[in-house]
Design a protein around this ligand. Structure first.
Ligand SMILES: NC(=O)c1ccc[n+]([C@@H]2O[C@H](COP(=O)([O-])OP(=O)(O)OC[C@H]3O[C@@H](n4cnc5c(N)ncnc54)[C@H](OP(=O)(O)O)[C@@H]3O)[C@@H](O)[C@H]2O)c1
Length: 272
């Protein structure tokens, strides 16, 4: 791994969802590396006040407005060398029993509008023949979580988008990183949208297991260190990060084992 600060390669960065959790950790890591960062939240007052940090108000629920905020920041920055599509949230419940509008909103915000920002970011990077596009996917892209159907769909789709873009950007000076964290201790679990009361015992067990996994995960700085290594390598690729079982063993089993084995692992893991 390069010992040189990331600012030797990347001057500016744009990070969505920089107010808490992984996005805040990525932001702090980049600032510590001498990179100038534009970070977003729906309410800019939730963003940190730091030297070389620029607060941007951005609501991913409105795709065209989010793109306008991105383009305005890009113009001020003179182009972004790193764009991290990180903002996101969870929704828990059975697919058929939950109003379709809940699933549709999650798909639009986390897949369609995130793809819109990837599209805008890539145009700027390709024009300048430099940059790193980082899409924050999840281990859920290969190990779907029970009762989070749309989240799994979003993250599989986002990983497929990143993998597709790796082919398109080869040889252009632009890299694409498909970043797949396992469980990390952030504000994600407390902010998951779910019914006020879960009456189905299977959902209750899965929800309890999900909470235990999230609360026992590593701190976000661990994910930021993984991302630092990937950016320092300067190559497109997929990064799996988290505790050993989730970052190494489970993906290895997914590649070598059958789909039936993978489903058994998921059921056992989530107490189903
Ligand atoms: N934590 C994990 O274990 C884990 C594992 C795999 C993948 N991930 C992914 O990592 C990313 C960050 O999650 P996290 O764990 O750091 O969660 P978090 O602590 O809840 O942070 C989520 C961030 O997203 C922003 N956000 C949420 N909804 C938004 C919207 N509609 N428009 C704009 N910004 C919005 C929030 O900003 P405001 O609320 O301040 O607006 C916040 O900064 C997500 O994409 C998540 O799916 C997390």
């Amino acid at each position: 791994m390069s010992a040189a600060p990331l600012s030797a390669r990347y001057r500016t960065a744009f990070v969505t969802g920089a107010s808490t959790g992984l996005g805040l950790a990525f932001t702090e890591m980049l600032l510590g590396e001498g990179v100038e960062v534009w970070g977003t939240a729906r309410d800019a007052a939730r963003l940190p006040a730091r030297p070389r940090f620029h607060a941007v108000s951005l609501e991913l629920g409105d795709g065209p407005a989010a793109e306008r905020s991105f383009l305005a920041a890009e113009q001020v920055a003179g182009g972004f060398d790193v764009v991290i599509n990180n903002a996101g949230f969870g929704a828990f419940g059975d697919f058929a029993g939950t109003d379709f509008s809940v699933w549709q909103r999650q798909l639009e915000i986390m897949l369609v509008h995130t793809a819109r920002l990837s599209h805008a970011a890539l145009r700027g990077m390709l024009a300048r023949r430099r940059g790193a596009l980082v899409n924050i996917s999840s281990l859920a892209a290969e190990y779907p979580m029970p009762f989070q159907a749309t989240y799994n769909t979003v993250k599989s789709g986002l990983s497929a988008l990143s993998e597709s873009l790796m082919f398109e950007t080869a040889g252009t000076g632009v890299i694409v990183i498909d970043f797949r964290p396992g469980d990390y201790r952030t504000d994600f679990e407390p902010s998951v949208q779910r019914p006020a009361e879960l009456t189905d015992p299977r959902q209750q067990r899965v929800w309890a297991a999900f909470g235990r996994l999230m609360q026992s995960g590593p701190a976000p700085a661990h994910a930021a260190a993984s991302l630092r290594r990937a950016l320092a390598r300067g190559r497109s690729g997929t990064v799996r990060t988290g505790r050993f079982f989730q970052a190494v063993a489970a993906p290895f089993l997914a590649r070598l084992g059958s789909l039936a084995l993978r489903r058994r692992i998921i059921a056992r893991y989530f107490d189903l």
